[in-house]
Structure formats: C-alpha cells, structure tokens
Design a protein around this ligand. Structure first.
Ligand code: KG4
Ligand code: ZN
Length: 337
C-alpha cells in the first residue's frame, strides 16, 4: 500500500512516500528558512507563494526517488490543520487536484498528531504513552492510551515553547529559527547567569510568555545601560529553565497516569538538552523515553504519511475526505488549534 504525504502548514514544502506503513521510499523537503531569515520569522504570504512555486517540483522529485508513478499511489495524506491558512490551502488544493486527476482518496491529517506519529517511523512505540508536544505553535502533554486516541492533559496558556525560542533569538539578533542556535550556545554559557522564576500554572499546563519577557527585558535594560553581557549566558539560562520545566511536567504526567513510556514530538524535540535530560531522568525512574531522529522532528511529510496510515488503520474508509457531486474531494482547511 502506497501513501503519498503532503505538508505545507508553515514554511516547509514537503512530500514523502510511504510503503506498507513501514518503509519511507522518499522524503523531500524544500525549506524556506533562508527566505524568512531576513524577517526574523515566517511571513505567511511569502510562505504561501513559495509553496505554490515549489510543490509540483517536489512531487516530481519524491516520485523519482521512490521510483513510482502517481498511478501506483493508493492514498494521499495531507495536512488540513493547524497552520497558516494560505500555506495549508496550497497543500490541500494540490492534494484535491491530484485526487481528482488520478482518482485517489484523501486522508486528512492533523499536523500535531503527525508530529506524535513521527515517533512511530523508526520505533515500535509502546502504548499507553505520554507525548510531550513541543513545536513552534504548540506545547501540550498528550496521553495516548491506545492507537489513535489522543487525550489532551494540558498545554500552554500563552506562547508555545518554540515561539519563545524564536522571539528571544530575534531580540538577540542571532538568526531564525532560534531553537538550533540557542541549543548550541547553551553549552558555552552559564545557566545560573539570569535567575528566571518558574511560572505558576496548573500541573500539566505551561506558560512561556513571562519567561520570554524576563529575558527580553534583560536584553533591553542592558542595551539602555550600555552593559555588555555574554549572549551564551542568557541562552543557557533560558534553555536551562525551559527544559527543566518540560522534563518535570512530562515525568509528572507519566507518573500520574502510571505510564512507562514517554515520547517527544515537534520541532523542539530536536533540542539536544531536552532529549538527554528527559531520557536520563526518565530512565532513572524506570521510564522509557524515545524521540524521532532529527530529520523527523521538524516539519516533514514522512510524518504526514505515517499519521495517515494509522488513521486509516484505526478508522477505515470513514476517515477519507468525502466526494462532492462532481467527484471532487471535499476537504476544508480548519483553523482549529
Ligand atoms: O514542528 P516545527 O518544525 O514547526 C511547527 O509545527 O511549529 O517546529 C519549529 C520550531 C521552531 O520554533 C524552532 O526554533 C524549534 O522548532 N527548534 C528547536 C530546535 N530545532 C528546532 N528548538 C529548540 N532546540 C532545537 N534544537
Ligand atoms: Zn510542525
């Protein structure tokens, strides 16, 4: 069974091909990071235009690498939510066109569930598990008690963790996306440099806005007073505190649910400190901790394929986008979180 996956929810135009729910035949990504870098973040209109420009070529590359034609594709899995509306629209419209032209059914895929399923590409994930979702737009603790059942235990009440990484990096003028840069700087800084208070929110919720503001205020005050500080020290203080909070809450959720497996999902799952700390602290209390390899942490279409595979496996044909009277798949992009 061949699933073609399409992802265009933010600034990556990605297409992948999955065989029999196991083998990734191709995983093509055209990243727009270099384009958005000069603005310090993703500009939605520019992102949509680049998706339109690139998507057909990415499809050709993906098919070529997988050595298949569109006629061999059984299902098209496409991200319908959440994301930038114009960007999602490009992927969904492209999927609808392919679906109509080649008579292939569409499996609508939720981007965050796909991040969770990225863990299933390389590992046999044991269920039940706790998924710590950490991306540019989301921060949640999800209890996955069985296949394709996601129970939200809590989430951020303001900024997402990746978003605060990116904003701090912008204020420090160290590039976009901020996560990978701050992650590297951490190891050359003193995490005790700036005392950051932990926000008071309920046990499985998060708040990063106050942490972000205290870091940005420090930068602005130092500028006003002409005081020089080591950027690495600030990066270390920020990352140290954030990872500490994420690890503590994920472990608490797993303990409370009596779950022995924890997975990390989303772009911030690429963070080296989060990976090592959660693994070490989790293992110490008898929990198994796993995360996708780096190429499957940030946005990609292999995770869209595998999420489509599990959705179909668990829900059957009823998960497919219905056809209208003209035989065109009806699939709306959704603005839900
Ligand atoms: O999942 P993703 O690719 O896009 C969304 O769905 O939002 O996540 C992107 C986020 C960005 O905020 C980026 O700064 C962050 O993931 N990120 C990292 C690292 N690599 C990417 N954050 C911390 N450490 C990293 N190594
Ligand atoms: Zn994502």
């Amino acid at each position: 069974m061949i699933i073609l996956g399409i992802e265009t929810s933010c600034d990556e135009t990605a297409i992948a091909i999955l065989k029999d729910g196991k083998e990734i035949l191709s995983n093509k990504i055209s990243s727009q990071i270099e384009i958005h870098k000069e603005y310090g973040g993703v500009v939605p209109e520019i992102a949509s235009r680049h998706h339109i420009k690139n998507i057909a070529a990415i499809l050709e590359e993906a098919l070529e690498e997988a050595k298949i034609t569109m006629n061999e594709v059984d299902y098209i899995a496409v991200t319908y939510a959440p994301g930038l509306i114009g960007a999602l629209l490009v992927g969904v419209s492209f999927a609808k066109g392919l679906s109509y032209g080649y008579n292939i059914p569409i499996i609508p895929v939720h981007h965050i569930r796909a991040h969770i399923y990225a863990n299933f590409i390389e590992h046999e994930v044991k269920l039940p598990c706790i998924a710590l979702v950490v991306s540019g737009g989301h921060t949640n603790i999800i209890h996955m008690d069985k296949e394709h059942n996601f129970i939200n235990m809590g989430g951020t009440i303001d900024d997402a963790v990746g978003e605060s990484y990116d904003k701090i990096a912008r204020v420090l003028g160290i590039g976009y996306p901020g996560g990978p840069v701050i992650d590297k700087m951490y190891y050359n800084g003193d995490k005790e440099f700036l005392k950051i208070t932990e926000p008071k929110v309920s046990e499985y919720d998060f708040s990063f806005s106050g942490i972000k503001t205290s870091v940005i205020n420090f930068v602005n005050k130092s500028k006003m007073k002409n005081e020089i500080f080591k950027h690495e020290d600030l990066a270390a203080s920020f990352q140290g505190k954030v990872v500490d909070i994420l690890v503590k809450k994920a472990l608490k959720a797993a303990k409370d649910k009596n779950v022995k497996n924890i997975i990390i999902a989303g772009g911030v799952a690429a963070n080296s400190l989060l990976r090592s700390e959660l693994k070490e602290k989790g293992n110490m209390v008898g929990m198994e901790v796993s995360f996708p390899s780096l190429k499957y942490c940030t946005d990609n279409a292999a995770m869209i394929c595998i999420a489509g595979y599990f959705k179909l496996k668990n829900q059957g044909d009823k998960c497919l986008a219905p056809l209208n009277l003209n035989g065109i798949a009806t699939l709306d992009i959704m603005l839900d979180k």
